[in-house]
Design a protein around this ligand. Structure first.
Ligand SMILES: CC(C)(COP(=O)(O)OP(=O)(O)OC[C@H]1O[C@@H](n2cnc3c(N)ncnc32)[C@H](O)[C@@H]1OP(=O)(O)O)[C@@H](O)C(=O)NCCC(=O)NCCS
Length: 182
């Protein structure tokens, strides 16, 4: 497996990854307005496209996992803020269902966090499972005095501090705008 930066030609394969990874989750709660048998794309597919067009997009931090020349996973980090301080938002992260539980997601997480640390970013925030992300060093943001500016997200908001982090970095975490359209 290779972890490398996204290239322009990867975009259709990245769409496929998120469509497949998130479709089951989306089917449980979304698409109520659709005709029977028609499943709309999960919102994560459009989110990645909107992020690419947003000022918060960081081409250095959009990574794919590749196995035998096929993209099987993707993650991106985008420019966020904690009050006046810089931060990064992680997500979405997706892995093709057929290769999940094989270490691809962990490899993407470690590569993304290592790259963010090397770029002297102080912290990464995300919304996600309280069971999965602590293994990568994430803790509830509220423990560090960092809470998302959307109250509904507080319970699943987690932060991973990096080398450049200082305890004075507290306040409201603001995502790039496309996250608020989800
Ligand atoms: C979450 C995801 C990226 C993990 O990728 P992966 O390649 O399966 O991850 P890894 O193989 O590195 O790690 C698998 C481990 O994570 C655990 N795990 C995966 N998703 C989890 C979740 N939502 N909650 C709790 N644990 C989870 C697995 O149980 C497994 O644990 P184990 O090794 O102790 O059995 C992948 O499952 C996925 O694409 N899921 C659908 C999309 C999604 O939910 N993305 C995250 C929200 S943005």
């Amino acid at each position: 497996m290779l972890i490398r930066r996204e290239r322009p030609g990867d975009i259709p394969a990245i769409d496929l990854v998120h469509r497949a990874a998130f479709t089951r989750e989306y089917a449980n709660g979304g698409g109520q307005g659709d005709a029977p048998g028609i499943q709309a794309d999960p919102p994560e597919v459009a989110l990645v496209h909107r992020l690419r067009s947003d000022s918060g997009w960081m081409p250095t931090l959009s990574l794919v996992a590749e196995v035998r020349d096929h993209v099987v996973g993707h993650v991106c980090l985008t420019r966020a803020a904690v009050g006046p301080y810089p931060g990064l938002a992680l997500g979405p992260i997706g892995v093709l269902p057929g290769v999940q539980r094989g270490g691809v997601g962990s490899s993407l997480m470690h590569a993304a966090l290592g790259a963010a640390d090397a770029l002297d970013e102080p912290l990464v925030g995300l919304l996600g499972s309280l069971d999965y992300y602590p293994r990568f060093g994430f803790v509830p943001g509220s423990r560090l005095g960092i809470v998302p500016d959307e109250p509904a997200w507080v319970s699943h908001f987690q932060v991973r501090t990096l080398t450049a982090y200082e305890p004075g970095i507290t306040g409201e975490f603001h995502y790039p705008d496309p996250f608020y359209d989800l």
